[in-house]
Design a protein around this ligand. Structure first.
Ligand SMILES: Cc1ncc(COP(=O)(O)O)c(C=O)c1O
Length: 387
């Protein structure tokens, strides 16, 4: 059945495997995060690379977010085409062909009310290439593209080291009227998944110190730093408490995956619920194990295998890798009962972002996984947007 025809039908009518979003849980997550940001007077720009959906981005914006982040030019294009106006590509873009797409998108968005595109940079060459392309595509325009200088606060990925190198990039940006220095990008990805709140606090305290040093150097060189942006679902309370960050980029809070659920909770952060599930069906039962129809074609396993989400009365099960199309289900507790042939088994994916990327649509259910009704089918607009 085409997915859009599911609207109004019950959970039982959803074919498997499929992504099912518990809309009630998702909206509670959205509201809790928005309330946190509002209470602390900090901007929220959730990372839409997680859900890749314009409808959900709009929901976040209606809930108080200032816009969204993405990682890829094509993600920005897909979301902009579906109506999202304020987008920050929190990543470096170097290829001239891609920079031309960035420039074209910057122009498109600048013509929309409240429209804006921003980009991260971490090299002089990157800035020069960007400015060159912008001069070709937007010869008369001034300050159409906001540029964030990325510093590496411990992630060990992109970004210049905190300190003088960042000052040099800020100085370079001033040479081009089509670019506006918008602030510092300072995201520590590895810190998000440190299990204890104390570890996360310690690592983010060092990141904050690096940001402060860099900001002071930039200010000493005569520039202001309009904004510091970063943070994810594991640490955003720490960046907020620092008073140094002005914007949070958390993304996964909306869906909450199994990996994030393994973090010991931080009392300073709101509690988020699992809202993203894979609905699967038992297709074979053997002595000692059952087999469901969801393998790693339906969920990513880079952050671990999915957890089985047992509903009331269902056996506790452990999921083991059964390959591309299958999952092996074994009893997890003292009770050694297995599901029956044809039973539904709900999985919580290890990592939400790459799981969503495996699906064209997500099926939004209202009223719970047991007896809920399909309310909307959510398109994954930026599915496969890798470039
Ligand atoms: C640059 C950047 N900011 C923010 C995030 C959001 O992190 P999370 O989805 O873990 O909240 C990510 C995720 O990888 C990221 O790469």
């Amino acid at each position: 059945m085409a997915n859009h025809r599911l609207v109004g039908l019950g959970v039982d009518d959803i074919d498997t495997p499929a992504i099912v979003v518990d809309l009630d849980a998702m909206e509670r997550n959205l509201t809790r995060m928005a309330a946190f940001a509002q209470r602390h007077g900090i901007r929220l720009r959730p990372h839409a690379k997680m859900h890749k959906s314009a409808v959900l981005a709009e929901l976040q914006v209606r809930g108080g977010a200032v816009g969204v982040c993405v990682q890829k030019t094509s993600e920005a294009e897909a979301l902009a085409a579906a109506g999202v106006n304020d987008i920050y590509i929190s990543n470096e873009v170097i290829a001239p062909a891609k920079l031309r797409r960035v420039a074209a998108l910057a122009r498109t968005l600048s013509l929309r009310e409240g429209g804006r595109l921003a980009l991260a940079v971490d090299s002089v060459q990157g800035i020069q290439r960007l400015a060159e392309v912008l001069a070709g595509v937007l010869p008369d325009a001034a300050a159409v593209l906001d540029v964030f200088v990325e510093i590496d606060v411990g992630q060990g990925r992109c970004g210049v080291p905190p300190g003088d190198k960042a000052v040099a990039l800020v100085q370079e940006i001033q040479l081009y009227p089509a670019l506006r220095f918008a602030g510092l990008q300072a995201y520590h990805g590895r810190a998000q998944h440190l299990r204890s709140p104390a570890q996360r606090r310690e690592v983010i305290a060092r990141a904050v110190a690096d940001v402060v040093t860099t900001r002071e150097l930039i200010e000493a060189a005569g520039f202001t730093v309009p904004l510091v942006t970063g943070a994810g679902t594991g640490t955003f309370a720490q960046e907020t408490a620092s008073g140094v960050y002005g914007e949070l980029q958390a993304g996964s809070y909306l869906f909450m995956d199994a990996d994030y659920a393994s973090n010991e909770p931080d009392a300073a952060q709101p509690v988020f619920e699992h809202a993203l599930f894979i609905k699967s069906q038992v297709v074979s039962v053997r002595a000692g194990h059952a087999v469901c129809d969801a393998g790693h074609k339906s969920h990513a396993i880079d952050s671990g295998l999915p957890r089985v989400h047992a509903l009331e009365g269902q056996p506790d099960l452990e999921y083991a890798n059964g390959g591309d199309e299958h999952g092996l289900l074994r009893p997890a507790g003292v009770d050694d009962s297995l599901p029956m042939l044809g039973d539904t088994v709900w999985l919580i994916p290890g990592h939400c972002d790459p799981t969503v990327n495996l699906h064209d649509t997500m099926i939004g259910v209202r009223g719970g996984l047991e007896a809920g009704i399909v309310e909307r089918v959510i398109r994954v607009d930026a599915r496969g947007a890798l470039t």
